[in-house]
Every structure is written in C-alpha cells, then in structure tokens.
Design a protein around this ligand. Sequence first.
Ligand SMILES: Nc1ncnc2c1ncn2[C@@H]1O[C@H](COP(=O)(O)OP(=O)(O)O)[C@@H](O)[C@H]1O
Ligand SMILES: [Mg+2]
Length: 325
Amino acid sequence: MTTEVDDLAGHLHRRGLTTSRDVQVRPLAGGVSNDVVAVTAPDLDAVVKRALGRLRVAEEWLADPARLTTEGRALQTAGRLLPGAVPRVYDLADGYLVIERAPDTWRTWKQDLLNGAVDTRVAARLGRALGTWQRRTAGDAAIAREFADRTAFDQLRTDPFHRTVAARHPGLADVVNHTTAVMQESTVCLVHGDYTPKNVLVEPGGDGAWVIDWEVAHLGDPTFDPAWTIGHLLLKTVHRPAATQGYAAAARTFLDSWAAELAGAVRIDAAQLVRQTGCLLLARVDGKSPAAYLTETDRQRTRALARRLLSDPPPTTLDAWELIA
Ligand SMILES: Nc1ncnc2c1ncn2[C@@H]1O[C@H](COP(=O)(O)OP(=O)(O)O)[C@@H](O)[C@H]1O
Ligand SMILES: [Mg+2]
C-alpha cells in the first residue's frame, strides 16, 4: 500500500492536482473492480480510481483496464448533458481517474433501500436523468463513435450475467440468448451498464444525487439500464417484503419519469425490457457475482420470478410486483 500511496501522491503532484506534501489516502468500500480511494489534501478533495486487471470476486473474471478511460469519458459526457448529475472529472491520465468527491454524509441509494427507506424523489431523479442521457445521445454520431467499443461491457456484463445464466439454466437458454442477441444488435443510445442503487450516491434529506461507476458505458440497448434499476428494486422487495409498497412506488415513479423525459424520442421495446429484467434477476442469483444479501429462500423466490418473466412474460415490467410469490 505504501508504494501505491507514494505513486499516487507523485502522480497528483506531476499532474498539478496538489502542491501539498500532506496527501491523505483512504480506501473506499464497495468496489470490486477498481482501486477506489478518497484523497484529501489542503488543496484537494477527490476520489481516485485505478483499473485492476482482475476483479475481487470468487470466480475468475478478467477485464480490460482500458475501461477506466471509458469511465472518464462517459462521466464527462454525462456531466455535459446533465450538469450536477455526476461527479466532475478533474483529470484522466496515466491509468488514474481523479473525480469530485461526494461529502461524507452522502450514502449509496442501496444503503437506504436495504434499510427500507424509499425516497421516490430519488427514483424520479434517476428516471429523468436516464431519459435525458438516452434522448440526448440517441442519433448522435460523435457519441456513437466514442462509445462504440463494447469489449468491457461484454466481459463484465454479457459474459458473467447473460451467458453464465444461459449455461446454468438450459431450459431458459433460448430466451436468454434471444435477449442477448437483441441487445447486441441494438446501438440506440448511451448505456451506463450498471444503473443500480449501489452506483447512486444521495445527499440525505437533500436534492443531491450522482450516478457513478461508468466503466462499461457503451452505445447499446435502451432497455438495459432501466431493467437493472427495476430488477434491483424487485430484489429488494423479495428480500424485505414489509417495504414492498415503497419499492413498487419507486419503480413506478422511476418508469414514469423516464418515459416522460424520453417523450417518445427513443423507441422502447417493452418485451425486451421485461426479458432484460428477468435476465438481471437470474444473474443476481446464478450469475458470477450473486447478490450477497439474499437468503436461500430469497434466491428460490427470485429464480421463480425470473423464470416467469422469461417464459410467460407479463405485458409490462411493473407487473412483476403482482407475480412475486
Ligand atoms: N465521487 C465519489 N465520491 C464519494 N464516494 C465515491 C465516489 N465514487 C465512488 N465512491 C465510493 O466508492 C465506491 C466504489 O466506487 P465505484 O465507482 O462504484 O467503483 P467500482 O467499479 O469498484 O464499483 C462507491 O460505492 C462509493 O462508496
Ligand atoms: Mg460500483
């Protein structure tokens, strides 16, 4: 760690990000795919991310460190299109991404949701932000060129999630593979690739909310991100039935705000959205990186719901709340 801290401090000096000799470095919890640290000095308050070749999960899972560059560029694009919805990028060079740091009081939305505290204003904000990013990037040739590479998305999402669950559930392989094929053919708009509550930092009791962790951003399928948000709200519902009404209200608010912001500018394939939601649920129990908070019973109920969404799909993804056994 000491050499790493020295290297980091040396980098920050060389890049002119601090002149101080007193640079404090603190690891941040929660990340599996990057070295993420808080860096503070009298003239700097930032988060620094470094790409790692191999992720800290039980099953081997390799990825390309070049995704750090993608993350930096995606944050810049997202911030340009919707200022204040993402941390600002201070610097991107030599394998280090230096970004604005959220105040210590901010939490991930996942923490709030797991505690049963559901603020639908956050859901509305996330829906509007997604709609804005999708609408403003659809049909933009420069964005299409800049985010054409799907290697990291393929390695970190399609492979550990879709391909893994197709292999582990032969009876659902056809529908999962179809979902994957539709996704791969779709190059509609910018996709975040991990639009989940753990990647949303919220200001307690305030208006601030940032979407972080853009490392697998690419030009792709507009149903992927909303399916991830809805899928995670369904997982929370399975895990904490007492808060069902809150989670369902958050999902409804999210989808309404997203649709209102899109205003028909991007065509959404409702059936693909339902299937992607099913794929996400299955991936969180039987993919390479299962959700840690689910009990065995939770996992069985999640599997049953996913199977239903994939093999006998309801008209809309919101109908999933009626189908939780
Ligand atoms: N800009 C930021 N301000 C404050 N904390 C952050 C910031 N970015 C990341 N973090 C913290 O670090 C954790 C991991 O960061 P994230 O970008 O999601 O990396 P990973 O790809 O490892 O998941 C987040 O869950 C959050 O707790
Ligand atoms: Mg993350």
